[in-house]
Design a binder for this molecule. Structure first.
Ligand code: 5AD
Length: 456
């Protein structure tokens, strides 16, 4: 950091605006980029109109997401034709498109992928020096993005990266080529950051990694991922720990055991399956069959605590026959997920599946997606309705003034709305569920509920 200090004065008074697309890793990267800028004297602003430096932190997981940044850049081009601003493209589209971004959007001055964020101070030096084309596009790194300052946006839930990059090479996925190789942070650093976060007032910690459970301890303690979860949960003051995203290939019974024995570890696991067909899974290079995946689910279902399970599913992957899709539908019954994030397959550059073609027509992908979502909606409705009459500990995350409703989350990651007050945000309450929809619950504070019945 000392190298950038002399430049801090140069940037003082300058403002920046950052907009993020995509996953939680991206959201947290933006918090660290913001911290890096603030350490140099930049001030965050809420709109691009007020900003000297405009940054887009991009996602390229599907084509639609990747195109978003170009539509934003088009808007900026019109708005600032006579008053050019410094514009940067960060993240996965930056890495994927590289210098081609300058051709498509000549008003851009900075293009930097997440594997080069450690070089951001140098790149900012060059920008402040007046350089018009600055890039950070190297992928060959063994470093994680560590910052002295992180500007966390949420005052009670802190994201904490434990592993960056991905080595899996699933045939549909762009991430290994946009985020670089897996790099794990040592457990002592992670635990020290947890303690700092508690001191700053955070009670919920969400451990992040593209493949969070592929984490390996580089410190002499050589802790396993399950041991790390236990240690984080034991940090005094930590009330909730979540982790995302787990890969079934690395999902071990020890993870379930540690959740069972540590109440601060949330009763929630996100375990992307992608398809219910072993044939499709093999073409996706996922490294497990339908049966092996179901055996992991069985292990979670045998836990002493009920654990809520969510997943990601891709429909219409190249070569997905109707029988394969049916296998995905029957998997929904077999698992009974609490939440499913589902997507139409979108071919991505430099992935091995591009060579297979894109055989399922767009309308058919749409039909399969709607059928899957409708079926899952009913499963969720049933599962949520089973929660009516039960009490849950809820952390209030926001307040809707128009409705007078607090909006919070149970440990199992269900959203629940209940009559509340603005000052409840960040506090914990026991809430009794009075009604349920497929995507959220309605309730009332348990200490104010009618003891005789469910409806207040
Ligand atoms: N097309 C559609 N969905 C994709 N995902 C990843 N790559 C693709 C793709 N090429 C989905 C997977 C992953 C989630 C983050 O995005 O389901 O788990």
């Amino acid at each position: 950091m000392s190298r950038v200090e002399p430049r801090a004065a140069a940037a003082s008074g300058k403002t920046f605006y950052i907009e993020t697309f995509g996953c939680q890793m991206n959201v947290h990267d933006a918090e660290k980029v913001a911290g890096t800028l603030m350490a140099r004297g930049y001030r965050p602003v809420e709109t691009h109109e007020e900003a000297d430096l405009i940054l887009y932190n991009t996602c390229s997981i599907r084509e639609k997401a990747a195109e978003k940044v170009f539509s934003r850049l088009g808007t900026l081009k019109k708005a600032y034709r006579n008053n050019p601003k410094v514009i940067g493209v960060l993240g996965c589209v930056a890495q994927q498109e590289g210098e081609r971004i300058f051709e498509r959007a000549p008003q851009v001055s900075l293009v930097c992928g997440s594997a080069s964020y450690t070089k951001l101070p140098d790149l900012l030096d060059q920008l402040e020096f007046g350089n018009k084309r600055v890039t950070g596009l190297g992928l060959d790194t063994d470093e994680c993005f560590e910052t002295e300052v992180t500007r966390r946006d949420n005052p009670f839930r802190a994201y904490l990266t434990i592993i960056e990059g991905c080595d899996q090479r699933c045939s549909f996925c762009v991430v290994p080529t946009t985020r670089g190789p897996e790099r794990s942070r040592p457990s002592d650093k992670i635990l020290a950051e947890c303690r700092r976060l508690v001191d700053e007032g955070y009670t919920e910690i969400q451990l992040l990694g593209q493949i969070v459970n592929a984490w390996e301890d580089a410190s002499p303690a050589r802790r396993s991922f399950a041991e790390l979860l236990g240690r984080v949960a034991e940090v005094p003051g930590v009330r909730r720990v979540r982790f995302t995203t787990s890969h079934p290939r690395y999902f071990t019974p020890e993870i379930v055991q540690v959740i069972d024995s540590h109440p601060a570890l949330c009763d929630q696991i996100h375990l992307p399956v992608q398809s219910g067909s072993t044939r499709v899974l093999a073409r996706m290079l996922r490294g497990y069959s339908r049966e092996e995946y179901l055996a992991k689910i069985d292990c979670i279902r045998r836990a002493k605590r009920a654990i809520s399970i969510s997943t990601d599913i891709i429909v219409g992957f190249c070569g997905e026959a109707m029988e394969d899709f049916e296998q995905t539908m029957t998997l929904l019954d077999a698992v009974e997920y609490d939440q499913v994030f589902s997507f139409k397959y979108s071919p991505r550059p430099k992935t091995s599946a591009v060579g297979f073609g894109d055989s399922v027509p767009e309308e058919e992908k749409g039909r399969r997606l709607s059928a899957l979502q409708e079926y899952q909606r009913q499963i969720q409705l049933r599962r949520n309705q089973a929660a009516v009459g039960h009490d849950f500990e809820v952390l209030v995350e926001s307040f809707q003034p128009r409705l007078g409703q607090a909006v919070g989350r149970t440990t199992s990651n269900r959203v629940i709305n209940f009559p509340g007050a603005p000052e409840w945000v960040g506090r914990y309450f026991h809430v009794r569920v009075t009604a349920a929809g497929p995507n959220s619950l309605v309730g009332v504070r348990a200490d104010q509920a009618d003891p005789g019945g469910v409806t207040p």
